[in-house]
Design a protein around this ligand. Sequence first.
Ligand code: URA
Length: 433
Amino acid sequence: MNMIDIISKKRDGQALSQAEIQYWVDAMVADQVPDYQSSALLMAIYINGFNEQETSDLTLAMAHSGDVVDLSSIAGKIADKHSTGGVGDKTSLVLTPLVAACGGKVAKMSGKGLGHTGGTIDKLAAIPGFSTSLDSQRFIQQVNDINCAIIEQTANLVPADKILYALRDVTATVSAVPLIASSIMSKKLASGADTILLDVKYGDGAFMATKEAAIELAETMISIGNNNNRDTRAIISSMEQPLGYSIGNALEVKEAIDTLRDEGPEDLRELCVEAASIMLVQSKVHDDIESAKAHVEEVLASHQALEKFKEMIQAQDGDPSVVDFISKFPKSNLRSAVLAPQSGYIAKIHAQNLGMAAVALGAGRQVKDDPINYGVGIVLTVKVGDPINKDDALCIVYHDEPIEDAFLEQVMHDFEISDKPVAASPLIETILD
Ligand code: URA
């Protein structure tokens, strides 16, 4: 077997065998395939596609290319959730303690942010002292003790994805369904959970531009998960505007705390209640969504989920008093309001541009090792459909360095204002299982 034959076969539109896909992944991870050959194959896959079997074979070969986490010493079913990434998406911070407080088990491995979408690990790092690098023994013990833990993915989890993702990024081959599905699902399978809930987002701030593309991606991932004995379901949700109001690490943790106190934004609450209920059914803590939802509502109202978040912070070396004394979070020195240039109704909020603006303030990384400023970010004061008067604030920018008027003007243009009333589209488009 050799790479030239494999590339030629895919170039000519033929399906690759399991052995050929395995050969490529093994040789690539052993550093025996030059980048130009993997790139040529990626482009052939991008153009000619992969059938269901090939996508499944690639996912499994990638999942076994490095560490495979063994969570079998945790009693009960372990639930995992994955979002395809969005702006202001702090769902995991709410969901993890929420599901745990209802009796579900969540052993979550998350990543750092890159580009306009933030990462859960960076958000947690805004909590003073919080450690996301627990060894596997402590990780498992914590889930057995308090039902939840969130740690950073180990360095050797799916090394094939690290190589392929870096190549896809610079060869215009990121946005192919078989490549995205295998990238995400290989990491989920290697992370060891029994059930997987996918939040596949579509719209301006998301990977998939349209609902149809998000559904196609979700269906591909569901079939990979189910074929590998993981109960896999998906929520298709809109990223036509940021989720909640806050973008930026400490700002987002504070909004997650508000939500756990049952005083958070409506859209974030809706997504978390729905997702937690599905995860509890997947974990077999509840038989049906209605009883799961009633339990989730009760745990939110009684602040048991908030208490569980404090327990998780304490268990991971953080200072749980931040939950009650939010002044202990890192904060920026300066604030600037962005004002509406006219009266009307908010028609669109360009999530991706606002995500990039937050990165420019220091909330995220442009390149892998950039330092993060945990206090900076943007807090919206409006959502799509809201009425607005000229010179009312559209958002507040939290920053540490003086910013130029041109930056604020750019942010202002990320809010489109219509003369006529606008109806916001629903956050949750559909649920697939
Ligand atoms: N997230 C991933 O982990 N991989 C992709 O290819 C796209 C989004």
